[in-house]
Design a protein. Sequence first.
Length: 586
Amino acid sequence: MKQEEITRKGGGSWRPFLRLILETKPSKWMLGIAIGLSVMSTVVGLAVPLMTKNVVDSFSITDISTMQIVGLCIAFLGQAAASGISIYMLNRIGQSVVASLRDRLWKKLLVLTVPYFDKHRTGDTVSRVINDTGIVKGLITEHLTGFFNGLISIIGAVSILLFLDWKMTLLMLTAVPIAMLVFIPVGRKMTKISRELQDETAVFTTVLDQALSEIRLVKASNAEDYEYNNGKSSIGKLLRLGIREGKLQAIIFPIIGLVMMGMLVLIIAYGGMRVSSGELSAGDLVAFILYLIQIVFPINQISQFFTQMQKAIGATERIIATLHADEEPLHQGRELHNARQPIVVEHVSFAYGEQDDVLENIDFTLQPGTVTAIVGPSGGGKTTLFSLLERFYKPQQGTIRIGKDNIFDLSLHAWRCKIGYVSQESPIIAGTIRDNLIYGTGRAITEEEMKQAAKMAYADVFIEELSDQYETEVGERGIKLSGGQRQRIAIARAILRDPQILMLDEATSSLDSKSEIVVQRALDNLMVGRTTLVIAHRLSTVVDADQILFVEKGTITGRGTHEELIRSHELYREFAHQQLRLETVE
């Protein structure tokens, strides 16, 4: 479901927010006790002015009974204890709700399709998990009690005031429509600004994530000023939005203060007249003023609750949009027990979104245990073909089969378990060499297995020279290792996975000659007995392949062995001669 659709269906409504909270299954008994204690605290608070009234009406210390003093003390202590326990319980509920939401989002993000990440920037997605869930937590832990307490306090105080003196109460209530004339239009603007602040915060998070995760590129490119200006632009927008929010608050709070102060002066003046005429006791006037204060503060709490509620509704829309995005069906479909079968690609065409076809009417067969090399100009669709075989994307036309099974009918988890993928970049996670070797194997790896894999990948040579050997920290993205070392770790990881299908995406193209020789030997070890598909720009990588596919502009224009293509395909012949000259120079 698209985010626009989610917004259209549930935008501005509290129902999706409430549904999302209920789906996290917060503790109902704890919530009930928290709200119950909160209500009790408020009710006790409502009794305090009445007790104060009796104390004031007693006039002298001698007339004040011990029970009145004890009653006031018990009321104050009970109110404080009930309030404290309620705040703690609501905090726990809020934290558990947010933990559950973050858990759902994190689990969802890991199974979302690759096209989702093509369309959404990383920083924006991170903002959903951190910032938006934080807004929901703030509403529950900081504002929910205030809302319930405030509502009960206002209803209770007004009811008691009507009982004490209905004329003064009606006079006081004339301020409500005046305040509403200001609150409603200003509240709508606050909601709009709140959502803009959330969006701009997500943009700023993206800028930070992009620049800091690629800090070496930033420095190598002298792009510090460019990235600073990007960040400064977002900071400036956040500042302007914050100032606009501050302006609205500067309108709301002084008006509330002015209305309440005017009301207080009016009540004291009018009440004083009535006290002097004997229509009202001094204790009644004191109680009236205290109840007025109990109405003023809750109004502020309730207005803050609704402001935060609008922020939470906006955050909910984005969270729900993420939770409803298409995901990969990891465990749906048939199991694949034997991948040593022919892989047949028939009439496959593929395009990214509404763009022109990247691949058009592709046909070929990979025989089990053979090596197929894909060569051709950059941008021809070679890596996209790998992405289709990995099932990152689904072709618009055609089928991909292994044996008699369409690969899209198989369990995705089972299919990818059979594939070993070594790319040009050789992604490395932060952690130790051991962490990287066993990453994603999904089974217990013995020390002997790990060392044997490292030996087959020619990685043991440099690992054993390191002071901490397999416990050596590699740094973020493996920055402490050379390109050749990262490649050999990636190959060792693939060996430990023991895949039946091997995909090599220009695995040696960025290496120097010495590293390439070592890595190529490791690849030769890895390729034995496996169905291998390799993208390569080096002639030495493809010359011994069982089958070569020449791909240009999304179509296969030539296929055969090296000798066959040298004779029959002009572009391949040109490619071979260029590479031969390069390798001779090297």
